[in-house]
Design a protein around this ligand. Sequence first.
Ligand code: BMA
Length: 340
Amino acid sequence: MSKYKIIGESVPNMPWQEGAESKSSMPLRRYSENPIIGRNPLPGVARVFNSAVMPYEGKFIGVFRGEQTNGIPFIYLGHSEDALHWTFDPEKILFTDENGRPFMPRYAYDPRLVKIEDTYYLIWCQDAYGAAIGMAKTKDFKTFMRLENPFLPFNRNAVLFPRKIDGKFMLLSRPSDSGHTPFGDIFLSESPDLVYWGRHRHVMGKSPEWWEAVKIGGGASPVETSEGWLLFYHGVTSTCNGLVYSIGGAILDIDEPSKVKYRCETYLLTPEEWYEERGFVPNVCFPCATITDAGTGRIAVYYGAADSYVGVAFTEADTVIDYIKEHSVVRPEDAESGRR
Ligand code: BMA
């Protein structure tokens, strides 16, 4: 019997590996065949990383950050029978605007994917006179309607919650300045219609813990559990040789997710394997999605590695929630509602 429940779909065919190894008793265990997507996966695309996947019609579908050979990132659609071996559509996703005209962002990166009721939403980073949040919806993964800029620049790492709370869409994001690093806290915003957003509340800040002292950012769409919203996010530290991105874990209040219930003071996974330490940008583990099975409590975390590859790590709700709770340190400004 599981101690904690995942509230969501049963996905008995989700990817899993018995006996996957963990480092230093960490709760996330890497898939032994990582990276699951290698370099040059399709013509004109040098690297695929920081990507999001989900179950779809008994198989799996995903939106992938494809860095083209001219260096500009776009989003490509991928298909898989087992969520481990992927094939990609050769052309990047072409959106339409709200009037049905073709729309192609100037660039698009770090896509996330979530199903709310009967619609799938893509959220990514794009240009709107600076790095900003892009959003589109689809019902069939054939046509994608891009919604006009929901937020002002500069903001990135947006993730939508998989259900409305109190009748409102809820979104985590990480506002910043026009640079790459300052202002590294996660905020919550709500909307009745995905057009008008407000009641912006502080969720959690970068922390004094060194591994996440520079900035943090939402990772995978939060997983609903009996303990609260389980959030895998990224935390960044600075070294004399550049930034290091690790995966962190927190549990947010189920009804008021701007309140942090538990927050793990250590990372859950940090760059240690060759595909995480070596690549276009070394030392990056950047979570963007999970696949979960409510029946067994299994969780697969999908993360970009070294801005070059996609990796998968496995855990169970019981394992990771207990770990987060046992190592939890919540500062008063994270525990409060975040309303000022
Ligand atoms: C962040 C984002 C990510 C990237 C990371 C490391 O700011 O741009 O897409 O993986 O930097 O380069």
